[in-house]
Design a protein around this ligand. Structure first.
Ligand code: B12
Ligand code: SF4
Length: 542
């Protein structure tokens, strides 16, 4: 299809309801560059599974030249206390009651079935396009394909383009006929041959002006269904840091590039004043991280304050460059929660190369308190039981969490029981392959429940202690009144203060260390030295 496109149908593939910010930025950009193109956005996340054949009606009515799919989550396992998958895994692995373990096995089959079916259905939607409109070009983008692009390219129909990473300029080159392609993508040609192009150009992010929401409303009738929740606003792209479990720096690239603070503030102002939006989430890999990015944040906050925008906001934060002035502006501009990766042990911070000092982080919490933070929640995404976690590091985390309870009030601090999800091509993955925890040829997209479970890293001996504490907290009569993460940490604390538990854990730890060192000595795979790698940083979810 070498000619320019006249009509584009965007299809947001099903996921838990969440504002489809990525595809909206793409459609808005295409409209600003090529206003003559007719576009429509169909969001399958808002349509019940039995009614998704509405896609066929859209294809027949619009007869688009391009159907552009946006695929957000493919490997969605990162269960936490607000997702029942965590209860299932904990019960299956650690419940002392066999009936519960059996029940959990059934639930696990349901979850894996949903996981498998959703992937097969997504490829089914692409095949439907090819069947009904044989000459229409298929494009697939979004965070899921940015990680697993080659896999998607192999599975999707011929004449498809799978866009890796940011999509605006690549999509523009596709609607222009794909004669001078831009950006990174896999192309499956009409013969089914897959080729790859690496990105050589840099998208000019400052050219991404405030989203034209009235236009978005006109192509996306379901836009209003999102206005009472969080709306995603993007302020920059890229992360120069290299935390050992994280892929964000690969999805977005290592260079931090910024949008214009004035355009960002305009976007938020329209959302608030025209559409009555009350909450936004800054969807950057992290909202503030490097020194330069904190300066950028400050400019955005200044713009928001100058426009007197009445909004609550959150986003992943790193606190090591926080200053009292920025903390004050965050509070004044409507921060609604502090969301950050947290461990109370400098050893774990260093071994995961998160690259900050714990003392500095605790100091930043005090800055927030001094700036007038009141009942905003402090959400601690804890990489519990990460490689290197010991009884001692766990106790230190509990100590620091207790300090935070004292500072902000127990009810305002939410320790999230999170574990590291092992992601492809990260140092943690290489380490665990080297240690024999995962086979070198494991499939990160496997449907095998035991592989899936292994990718949620919570090994023995501490895994059992944490698992049983979590299950006890779930059962506790007062769990209606206390947050599950807080109750779990209290139980872990209680257990760690029992001398026999401490001794047993320590013995198991040293046995494990011994076994590991034997495996490492015999392993043919180079093991990254987590502790000695260049010190970097973290934010976001483990
Ligand atoms: C912010 C964020 C969140 C926030 C979202 C807040 C909000 N209200 O929007 C919160 C904390 C809620 C969250 C939750 C979860 N998240 Co999240 N999240 C992210 C993050 C950091 C950014 C996503 C984002 O919005 N980016 C900004 C927009 C503008 O960019 P974008 O969507 O990528 O779109 C661009 C391109 O992808 C592309 N594109 C997108 N669509 C299309 C379509 C076409 C046709 C084209 C050409 C291009 C294109 O162009 C866009 C613009 O350049 C990513 C990691 C990352 N750095 O990308 C993880 C990420 C998307 N999340 C992930 C996961 C797993 C989850 C959870 C399932 C975690 C959990 N267990 O609960 C939940 C699921 C939520 C849901 N309902 O689906 C995974 C998905 C992994 C995978 N392989 O499938 C990611 C990639 C993180 C990771 N682990 O690596 N998340
Ligand atoms: S965890 Fe945050 S700081 Fe670390 S590499 Fe990922 S995005 Fe960057």
């Amino acid at each position: 299809m070498p000619t320019e496109a006249q009509t584009v149908l965007y299809v947001r593939l099903p996921c838990w309801k969440i504002y489809p910010g990525g595809v909206i930025y793409v459609a808005d950009y295409i409209h600003k560059q090529r206003p003559g193109i007719r576009q429509h956005l169909l969001d399958l996340a808002l349509i019940a599974p039995g009614e998704r054949r509405v896609l066929a009606q859209h294809l027949r009515t619009l007869k688009p030249d391009i159907v552009a799919f946006s695929w957000r989550n493919m490997q969605s396992f990162g269960p936490h206390p607000e997702d029942d998958a965590l209860d299932v895994v904990m019960n299956f692995d650690h419940s002392p009651i066999w009936r519960r373990r059996l029940r959990a096995a059934w639930d696990a089959i349901r979850i894996v079935w949903d996981y498998t079916a959703s992937r097969l259905h997504n490829f089914g939607y692409m095949k439907l396009v090819r069947r009904l409109l044989p000459t229409t070009r298929i494009v697939v983008g979004g965070t899921a394909v940015s990680i697993f692009g080659k896999y998607v390219a192999e599975k999707c129909p011929p004449d498809s383009i799978v866009v890796i990473g940011e999509g605006e300029d690549t999509m523009l080159s596709i609607v222009d006929g794909f004669v001078a392609p831009i950006g990174e993508y896999f192309h499956k040609d009409a013969m089914g041959q897959v080729t790859h192009r690496a990105r050589v150009e840099t998208f000019n992010l400052p050219s991404l002006t405030a989203v034209d929401f009235p236009y978005v409303e006109s192509i996306f009738p379901n836009f209003h269904d999102y206005l009472d929740g969080d709306i995603g606003v993007h302020t920059k792209r890229g992360c120069p840091l290299q935390c050992h479990f994280c892929l964000y720096n690969k999805i977005e690239g290592p260079n931090q590039r910024y949008r214009d603070p004035v355009e960002i503030a305009k976007e938020i102002e329209t959302l608030s004043k025209r559409y009555g939006v009350k909450r936004i989430w800054f969807t950057d890999a992290q909202f503030c991280s490097t020194k330069r990015s904190v300066d950028h944040v400050e400019k955005i906050l200044d713009e928001m304050l100058a426009r007197k925008i009445d909004i609550h906001w959150s986003g992943y934060l790193r606190l090591n460059h926080l200053t009292p002035a920025v903390a004050r502006k965050m509070v004044d501009s409507g921060i609604s929660s502090i969301d950050l990766s947290f461990t109370g042990s400098q050893e774990i911070i260093d071994s995961l190369t998160l690259g900050y000092s714990l003392d500095q982080q605790m100091e930043a919490f005090r800055m927030f308190k001094a700036s007038g933070l009141t009942d905003q929640k402090v959400k601690l995404y804890m990489p519990l039981n990460a490689p290197g976690e010991t009884v001692c590091t766990l106790s230190k985390s509990i100590e620091k969490i207790n300090e935070l309870y004292a500072l902000f009030g127990r009810d305002n601090v939410l320790p999230f029981i999170f574990f590291i999800g092992i992601q492809p091509n990260t140092p943690v993955e290489r380490l665990l392959i080297g240690q024999g925890y995962l086979p070198a040829d494991y499939n990160p997209l496997s449907f095998n429940p035991f592989v899936i479970k292994k990718l949620l890293y919570n090994p023995l001996p501490l895994g059992r202690l944490i698992g049983r504490a979590y299950l006890e907290a779930l059962e506790a009569p007062n769990n209606d009144f206390d947050y599950i993460g807080r109750a779990t940490m209290d139980i872990i604390d209680r257990e760690l203060s029992k001398p026999e538990i401490l001794a047993a854990c320590r013995e198991a730890e040293s046995r494990q260390k011994e076994r590991r060192s034997i495996r490492i000595r015999t392993s043919p795979i180079p093991i990254p030295d987590l502790a000695s790698t260049e010190t970097t940083t973290t934010c976001g979810q483990p």
